[in-house]
Design a protein around this ligand. Sequence first.
Ligand code: GLU
Length: 315
Amino acid sequence: MNTTAEQLRVLDALLPEWLEDSRKEAAFGEVASYIPELSKAPHSALGIHILDKNGSSASAGDCSLSFTLQSISKVFTLILALMDNGEEEVFRRVGMEPTGDNFNSMLKLELVRPGIPFNPLINAGAITVTSLIRGDSPAEKSKRILQFFRSLAGGVELQVNEDVYRSELETGNLNRSIAYLLVENGVLGGSVEDVLSVYFRHCSIECTCRDLARMALVLASDGIDPFSGGRLIPRRYVQVAKTFMITCGMYNASGEFAIKAGLPAKSGVSGGILTLVPGSLGIGVIGPALNAKGNSSAGVHLLERLSRKMDWSLF
Ligand code: GLU
């Protein structure tokens, strides 16, 4: 199979059956409930959208379902922080290594010196990165983030889901603890509540699989919007983001996903997964029921099968 358009035609026919097969995996997962509002998501939903640079697409399942980006937003706030501050400044405050700990752990902030977060995709790292986004107020920072995400999604009017935002604001005490430890370690400056409000808001930006695929396609195109031809992200920062997605994007199953699917990916506790085939495809998946590692159980099953069948692995 040569062109992506041919691949997508084949996939459009095959996807519904593969998706229904993967949907069964949802039975082994649980919808996240530590942010109470997230627990309302439909347990067995599964949807996928795949988009190429010419606008051809294939999709199946519950593609119209809206969900919040959650940790998927961390990839793009990292990119914006790099664009605002440059690599040197960002990596003075956050490391480049996987932790092996939970995404919301603060263990290593105390155990390992200097007490900077291990990487930008765990909560400690993402909160730190969020604090580096330029803007005179939390509202301005949030606005810049939303505008940047909208441009990556092709101008779609993405919005913050205020119910999810409030739900996390009210219950996010673990993230509060992390942020205070970061202040203590001299990593974070300013008001903790201000930083967290910006962080919770970007995690609460609502999207569909199609929006994820569109955002992923910009990464697959090395930072260029393939439809307008305009550069949205410097190529170097796309390299940095894709590398973190391989090493830390799928929580503590990043190694396993790299072996089984071989694609840069980022998942979130809403059950979304953003992934891409560099140079050709952007892919968005939603499947709210999460496996023990915190990734969409049906979504991971579907992506691993797809990558194997289509020979997408980079390695
Ligand atoms: N907003 C979530 C949190 O901070 C994001 C977690 C995730 O998706 O991994 O807990």
